[in-house]
Design a protein around this ligand. Structure first.
Ligand code: ACO
Length: 335
């Protein structure tokens, strides 16, 4: 069974409640229809009900009558969510009047539904920029205890099976935190190790990437990765973590052996942790396009509830897949 099939089978058995706040966006609506058809999750769709029904009819969608639709301007929990938002953000200067306006924003409403225990996870971003999806999540759901930073991992399914774990690798951070400190980079590495175990299903061999391998270059950017590697090893002594490594030393066995002799990870890494968001985001998109790899994600890690962000260029199947992943994360967190 391939990885995606496994993830979907797991989702079917869990039947989590996933919010899709962009209910009037056509790809999202088509994905919701497909998810109900495949039985991957219970869908809570936010949007104008009339518009959703019209779009469903125009596009011949047969399963949308099984969706729960929430009109952001008019629903039974509006007061409850306004109170909740006001309580959480009043120390940051939010007034009740501002809260009552913000709850009409589907991206805030979706996250409030999770915080109130009325939903288990969220997928958004087909129609909104990453920052706009993440901001309400950061403000309301926040990070897991002991974690200070949220980051985004991609599960890369490569055509060339010689890399990673039979062609599967995990890349991070490719989506969230522009310039992490050494401590934050260490947290990202450990969180990515956990994501690898939970979603990709294999034991992580983590390479902390740089433009230097084992002291070959001297620069403060290299120092950051060296320090991050040390902290990550202390944080997760049970995980295989190696740094600093150049990308060729991380994934090509002969080069790993030459540049980092004796390392069990150099040349055999299945998880790549990038020093900045620039390097991670650019690399995953190049590998996706030039190597025709499938890029599943970003899977957001470190948040106290599973909230995942789509690329605005996403396809219907990207949304379906990310909902299945989110359902797996939600079920894992409930355990
Ligand atoms: N982890 C956890 N919390 C965070 C993080 C983080 N990485 N970043 C910010 N926060 C929290 C802050 O502590 C703050 O909380 P508070 O209001 O309770 O004090 C809140 O979020 C807002 O913080 P700001 O610094 O005001 O956040 P801002 O909105 O400026 O930036 C954001 C956060 C939006 C995530 C920003 O870092 C960003 O835009 N990152 C890049 C995202 C992106 O564009 N990625 C590339 C595209 S994705 C793709 O291609 C798949």
């Amino acid at each position: 069974m391939d990885l995606l099939t496994k993830i979907k089978e797991n989702a079917k058995n869990q039947k989590m409640r996933i919010v899709l706040p962009e209910g009037t966006e056509l790809r999202t609506l088509k994905a919701a229809d497909q998810i109900i058809y495949e039985g991957l999750a219970d869908i809570l769709l936010i949007g104008n009900p009339e518009k959703i029904h019209t779009l469903s009819k125009e596009n011949g969608l047969k399963n949308t009558d099984k969706l729960k639709i929430i009109d952001p301007l008019n629903h039974e929990n509006k007061e409850k969510y306004t109170d909740l938002l006001f309580e959480i953000r009043k120390s940051k200067g939010l007034t009740r009047e501002e809260a009552s306006k913000l709850v009409e924003d589907p991206l805030y409403l979706g996250v409030l539904m999770i915080k109130a225990g009325d939903a288990d996870g969220e997928v958004a971003g087909a129609d909104n920029a990453t920052g706009d999806v993440l901001r309400p999540a950061f403000q309301i759901v926040k990070t897991l205890p002991g974690i200070s930073v949220v980051s985004g991992a991609f599960i890369m399914i490569l055509k060339d099976k010689e890399f990673g774990e039979d062609g599967i690798m995990v890349f991070a951070d490719c989506a969230v935190h522009p310039n992490p400190t050494a401590k934050e980079l260490a947290e990202i590495a450990v969180a990515t190790g956990h994501t690898t175990r939970a979603i990709a299903g294999f034991e992580p061999k983590i390479a902390m990437l740089s433009f230097s391998t084992k002291g070959s270059a001297k620069h403060e950017m290299v120092d950051k990765v060296v320090e991050a590697t040390k902290i990550a090893k202390e944080m997760a002594p049970d995980m295989m973590i190696e740094g600093e490594l150049q990308s060729d030393a991380a994934i090509i066995p002969e080069i790993g052996e030459k540049k980092a002799p004796g390392s069990k990870i150099a040349g055999h890494a299945n998880v790549l942790v990038f020093p900045t968001l620039e390097t991670g985001n650019i690399t995953y998109k190049l590998v996706q396009r030039m190597a025709h790899a499938e890029a599943i994600g970003p899977v957001l890690q470190g948040m106290a509830a599973p909230i995942n962000d789509l690329s605005r260029g996403c396809s219907v199947s990207d949304i379906v897949n990310l909902v299945a992943i989110t359902a797996n994360q939600a079920a894992g967190m409930k355990k």
